[in-house]
Design a protein around this ligand. Structure first.
Ligand code: NCD
Ligand code: ZN
Length: 343
């Protein structure tokens, strides 16, 4: 197969930031995807519908004139989120979900939820109004090993949430372990998961073996090979609980190549091509359309896209970086060869 035509995909987990960097990254996404779930972890975080609508306008203004792209907005759940905020989301045409970060889990997550009991009334309201909850699934206490944090979150906290709120639609974002995959597979149809391209293509050796490579460092961190294989199997299984979410998370190169480098891989420059590479490796290109274009809208109860895109088996080289100076971003697979290209 040298050409692959798909219903135009959507990205169900994306960071585009705001200000100048937004202008540089949004059109990489809009080139391939029809819609994207926009993460709310700005500084300060997006916590109200009013803020989300203002952020949406900023995104729309940054799009190239000929693009046809819809940002789907989210709010950042905090200890102070009110029931009225949930009602406002339920009524909003543009804000579709809330994102739960355990406090301290990742980039700009200081405002996250300190204990889930604090937000039970809010989760109750979300369940009632049928507003999806998007979860960054890692425990955060410093005594936990970073490679165990997702598994422990699933065991200790997610299982409590799904039991207490059985009708709440939950997306476990960017799953990275076989334990998370198994949890999602066996949970009710209200529980789904996104998977990133880096977790399908790389294991933790990419960060640490033969030299330290900060551009492969994201959270949840890449895991062992057996976990990568479990993710690849889930993504290519045709199971509608698994769908595309790049977690493309741009940071300036100088803040990644740093004594204390930021977490986040930038993949928007070649997202669907990276997924095609992973699916081709698993001999499962026929499953890419379900994962990239069908399962997500079905879970979010949004219409499937009508347009199509075509990928061709054609090699090209990823630039060493995009942008310059304080805005320079080093993409995933910088300087390396890609095997698929969007036409
Ligand atoms: C994300 C970011 O930089 O905003 N980083 C990451 O490593 N994934 C935060 C997040 O999604 O956890
Ligand atoms: Zn993210």
């Amino acid at each position: 197969m040298d050409k692959l035509t798909l219903i135009r995909p959507d990205d169900w987990h994306l960071h585009v930031r705001n200000g100048e960097i937004l202008q540089h990254v949004i059109n990489h996404t809009a080139r391939q995807f029809a819609r994207a779930i926009i993460m709310p972890n700005l500084k300060p975080p997006v916590t109200t519908v009013k803020q989300a609508l203002a952020y949406r306008q900023e995104i729309l203004a940054a799009l190239a004139p000929d693009s046809n792209f819809t940002p789907l907005m989210t709010l950042y759940l905090t200890d102070n989120t009110r029931i009225a905020d949930i009602e406002a989301v339920a009524q909003s045409e543009h804000v579709v979900a809330l994102k739960l970060y355990p406090a301290g889990a990742t980039t700009n997550s200081d405002a996250g939820v300190s204990a889930f009991e604090n937000i039970y009334p809010v989760l109750e309201a979300m369940q009632k109004q049928d507003v999806p909850l998007l979860v960054h699934g890692e425990v955060t206490a410093s005594e936990y090993d970073i490679f165990d944090r997702e598994r422990l979150f699933v065991e200790q906290q997610l299982s409590v949430l799904t039991e207490k709120f059985p009708d709440l639609r939950i997306v476990l974002e960017h799953v990275t372990t076989e334990e998370a995959v198994r949890f999602v597979e066996t949970a009710s149809s209200h529980v789904a998961a996104t998977i990133t391209p880096q977790h399908l293509l790389f294991n933790r050796n990419a960060i640490l073996a033969g030299g330290i490579r900060p551009h492969y460092y994201c959270l949840p961190v890449l895991k062992r090979e057996k976990h990568r294989l479990a993710l690849l199997k889930a993504a290519t299984s045709g199971n509608p609980k698994f769908f595309l979410g790049t977690d493309s998370a741009p940071h300036p190169t100088r803040l990644k190549e740093n004594n204390c480098g930021c977490a986040g891989c930038y993949s928007a420059h070649a997202a669907i091509e990276l997924y095609a590479e992973a699916f081709a490796q698993a001999n499962a290109l026929d499953k890419l359309e379900g994962f990239a274009s069908l399962h997500g809208p079905d879970f979010y109860r949004l219409p499937r896209n009508q347009e199509r895109i075509t990928l061709s088996r054609e090699s090209w080289r990823v630039p060493g970086h995009y942008g310059q100076g304080s805005l320079q971003i080093t993409p995933l697979k910088a300087g390396e060869e890609m095997l698929w290209k969007v036409l």
